[in-house]
Ligand binder design. Sequence first.
Ligand code: HEM
Length: 188
Amino acid sequence: MSLLLNKPEVLLKAREEMDACIGEPVRLVEATDLPKLQYLRCIIMETLRLYPPAPLLNPHESSADCTVGGFHVPHGTMLLVNTFAIHRDPELWDKPTSFIPERFEDGKNGGNMVIPFGMGRRRCPAENLGMQMVGLALGTMIQCFDWERVGEELVDMTEGSGLTMPKQLPLDAFYQPRASMVFCLGTS
Ligand code: HEM
C-alpha cells in the first residue's frame, strides 16, 4: 500500500484492471479472479522483490560436495542466501531500487531470479496460499477504497530493524469507501 500511495498511477492501473475483470454486477474480488488479475500479481511480485519478508533465507546446509557457479562447496557447508542482494543486484536489474511492476508484465523479468519464497526442496510450501492471501487482501483494499497520502510528501519507506523488513514508521493514509462498493462492505 505504501508503494502504491507513492505511485498513484500504479494504484489507478490496478483499480482499472480490477473493475474490468469483475465487470457487472459489481461484487467483491474473489480467489478465482486472481489468475486474471495479472497486473495485481506484478505489483505483488515487485513488492516482494524490493521488500522480501525473508531478506536472508533460513540457513541451509549442503548435503554433498558440489560445484555451483564455479565455486566448490564442500559437504556440510552452511549456506546463507541473501535474497535482498539478489533482488537488487544493479548488474541484473534496471533501476534496481525503483518500484516498477511493469517489469513483470507478460511473465517477463529479464530472466532474473526472484526468490521471495526461497527455492529448492525447502522453499516455502505455502507459496500459493501466501500469494492468494496477499492478492485478496491487497485486491480488496484497491477495489473497495479510495486512497490518498496524508500530505504532499511521499510515504517514508525507511526500513526498521527486524528479521522481516518491517517499515520504520507505520503507514498513515486517508481512505474512504468507493461509492460503488459501499453496498458490498456491509452497513449493519
Ligand atoms: C507472502 C507470504 C510468505 C512468504 C514471502 C514466505 C516465505 C518463505 C521463505 C523465504 C521460506 C524459507 C525458504 C528457504 O529457506 O529456502 C519459507 C519457509 C516456510 N514457509 Fe513461508 N512464506 C509465506 C507464507 C507462508 C504461509 C502462509 C505459511 C503457512 C501457512 C508458510 C509456511 C512455511 C513453512 C512451513 C516453511 C518451512 C519449509 C521448510 O523448511 O521445509 N509460509 N517461507
